[in-house]
Design a binder for this molecule. Structure first.
Ligand SMILES: [Zn+2]
Length: 324
């Protein structure tokens, strides 16, 4: 599905075989050339959907000349390498998130890192095997690609008469960026600010000093000062209540941190045990993993605030309220 959101500016909705079922990517057309913002997964269905969408506005995959990527997740950049093969497009994303793409070619090391982290936080061997197979099936839908330009926050890029700024948007991933068209007030938000769900916050297994919640909240604080009139997210419908949504997201995390603290008040617990207190027992496998990540992120924040203590025993982590 393709929809014009401003003159020569399009939202293209592509299918996804899991979870949110779709991802929105964006395209700017100028003098017959297409600038793309995110790509969707690398599957036959997504390639056909993008091709069909572009053909509706008289354009083709061969006319894509630049691909700006918000972040490293496969539903955002999975097709970039394939598109580059077709059109020779230049690929631009943050170096921080690209480091993960470069590394993800080494599946064995990635799976070993995942295994050791989630074992420490309470996942069983059985759950880890399952998680490994989910990651392997995802990786088939994500192609690797070379990086032509490392995006830096504050950079200004032009497409014809239009210009847009690169904004740092860490939290959901360490190196996520958003694209802001100041003159029109349009924010391409990636997964930073979504209309119906809060973006999942996960630890970065290769950058252990990264504090997702702290970075996320401080980037929202910076972003809320911008003259944003319309937010175009990667998942869900476009929206205009930008400031209201930021307040809701901050409130959500405040509440979750309260629940996390209440859970460890009840005794010494693993991250998994805390996440079961908060999210319940009966979650599908991948949701269990996301819930565990989010719980870990809140625990890490509470540790930094001096409210929670971590205890490591036989390579397993446990959490408790810090006695006052
Ligand atoms: Zn994402």
């Amino acid at each position: 599905m393709i929809k014009e959101i401003a003159r020569d500016f399009y939202m293209i909705t592509l299918p996804m075989p899991f979870r949110l079922k779709h991802v929105n990517i964006y395209a700017l057309v100028h003098e017959g050339r297409v600038t793309l913002f995110d790509t969707g997964l690398n599957t036959p269905e997504t390639v056909t959907a993008l091709e069909t969408g572009l053909s509706r506005i008289g354009r083709s995959l061969r006319e894509i000349d630049r691909i700006f990527i918000t972040h490293r997740h496969g539903d955002h950049c999975g097709m970039a390498g394939r598109l580059k093969d077709i059109s020779g497009a230049t690929i631009l994303m943050s170096e921080t998130d690209y480091a993960f793409i470069r590394f993800s070619g080494d599946q064995d090391r990635l799976l070993a890192e995942l295994r050791s982290f989630y074992l420490r936080h309470g996942l069983s061997d059985e759950a880890l095997v399952l998680l490994g197979s989910i990651f392997k099936s995802f990786s088939k839908m994500i192609g690797t690609f070379p990086l032509d330009h490392a995006l830096e926050p504050g950079e200004l890029h032009r497409v014809g008469e239009r210009s847009f700024e690169v904004l740092a948007a860490p939290g959901h991933s360490l190196g996520q960026v958003c694209f802001f068209f100041r003159k029109e007030g349009i924010l391409l938000a990636g997964d930073h600010i979504l209309p119906d769900i809060t973006p999942n916050l996960s630890p970065d297994l290769f950058q252990t000093d990264f504090r997702p919640l702290e970075s996320f909240l401080s980037s929202l604080n910076e972003m809320q000062t911008l003259p944003v009139t319309a937010v175009y997210p990667a998942h869900g419908r476009p929206f205009t209540n930008f400031l209201e949504r930021i307040v809701e997201i901050k409130e959500h995390h405040r509440e979750r941190k309260g629940l996390t603290l209440a859970s460890v008040r009840g005794g010494r617990k693993s991250t998994l045990a805390v996440s079961i207190d908060i999210f319940g027992k009966d979650l599908p496998d991948f949701d269990r993993y996301l819930a565990l990540n989010e719980t870990y992120v809140h625990l890490a924040d509470l540790i930094d605030e001096g409210l929670v203590l971590e205890d490591i025993e036989h390579n397993r982590c446990f959490y408790m309220e810090r006695p006052r």
